[in-house]
Design a protein around this ligand. Structure first.
Ligand SMILES: [Zn+2]
Ligand SMILES: [Zn+2]
Length: 332
């Protein structure tokens, strides 16, 4: 039930024919995990095994699995899809009508051994460490969000919200050749993290108007604005500051429906695009990005806990009140 973390001793799982048994080594804790913990996630039933940002090594595999060997370092895509609905038939399985996400609507990887479909398992190349690998999932969120706009090379990009997803979205945009990147937030802690990973153009919306900073984009404004805060105020900023013909990508999850001026969407011919999760190509792009060394993950990993210290990790997150980025659970 919400607010309770329980450890259970279970038999070591046996991988199915098409499954890889992953020895879990790192689990990233994300904001939605905390919502589940507090009973504020609308689509979860209890009890649930959490864990959807995962890195590990291959322990063993079913007879039908090809391309993996014991000891391979891997990440997993946490989606379980139906394969039959309209979205699935169109290759858009990440928005499957019956989408279940591991750690939410189906069991997650917060366990020592986790069996998962080989089709949802990807190998991690040598330069990417296990900590970094555990952040491929949120980086894939960022990569997919940018793909909802398209090619960002040479473009001006605004990222509203500087949490882990916003920060990684800005970093993915930079890695993809964006010309100018502006980041906003209401937390000096998160903005300092943005500066530390190399983004000098940040705006603290508690104290500063956006208009002055926006001039850094020049007369043509921002080509794409990504709302990564899930905040009605940030969404209003996005619509208000969008130039004619620009794209607004909605990445943040809204607790309350934002009210925005749809008249501006009409008048400026804005393109509004939602972004939920990712597909395999986004994961592959994220892995390649991480392997090329252009993403600063280490600055974002602010806390580490042992598996048995899960309760302490959640308590620390609660007490930090937002002054925290990525918490990694490490299993040896
Ligand atoms: Zn997550
Ligand atoms: Zn489906």
């Amino acid at each position: 039930m919400p607010g309770t973390i329980e450890f259970r001793q279970v038999p070591k799982p046996v991988p199915g024919n098409d499954e890889v048994l992953v020895r879990v080594r790192r689990i990233g804790v994300c904001g939605s995990d905390i919502h589940v913990y507090h009973g504020r996630h609308p689509y979860t039933t209890y009890p649930v095994v959490q864990g959807h940002e995962v890195a590990g090594t291959v322990d063993s595999m079913g007879a039908g699995v090809r391309g993996f060997a014991a000891g391979d370092r891997v990440v997993i895509m946490p989606q379980v899809t139906c394969g039959a609905c309209y979205a699935c038939r169109q290759g858009m399985y990440h928005i499957c009508d019956h989408l279940r996400v591991m750690g939410f609507q189906t069991g997650g990887a917060a366990q020592e051994y986790f069996p998962v479909s080989a089709a949802m398992t990807l190998k991690i190349p040598e330069p990417v460490g296990l900590d970094q690998a555990a952040m491929i999932e949120p980086l894939a969120v960022a990569v997919h969000a940018l793909s909802r706009f398209g090619e960002v090379r040479g473009k001006s990009v605004a990222v509203l919200g500087a949490g882990t997803i916003g920060n990684l979205t800005a970093q993915a945009a930079r890695a993809s050749g964006a010309k100018r990147i502006l980041i906003t937030d209401v937390s000096e802690y998160r903005l300092e993290k943005a500066r530390r990973v190399g983004f000098p153009l940040v705006v603290d919306r508690r104290h500063e108007e956006l208009g002055e900073a926006w001039k850094a984009f020049g007369p043509d404004g921002a080509d794409v604005i990504l709302e990564c805060a899930g905040s009605p105020e940030a969404m209003a900023d996005a619509i208000r500051h969008a130039r004619k013909g620009s794209t607004v990508v909605v990445v943040g999850v809204f607790a309350t429906p934002p009210a925005v001026d749809m008249g501006l969407v009409q008048d400026r011919e804005l393109l509004l695009a939602g972004s939920l999760m990712y597909r395999k190509n986004d994961y592959e792009a994220a892995i390649a990005m991480a392997a090329s060394g252009v993403i600063d993950f280490d600055e974002l990993i602010t806390h580490r806990f042992a598996f048995e210290d899960y309760p302490a990790a959640y308590q620390t997150i609660d007490e930090a009140r937002g002054n925290i980025m990525k918490v990694i659970i490490a299993l040896d």
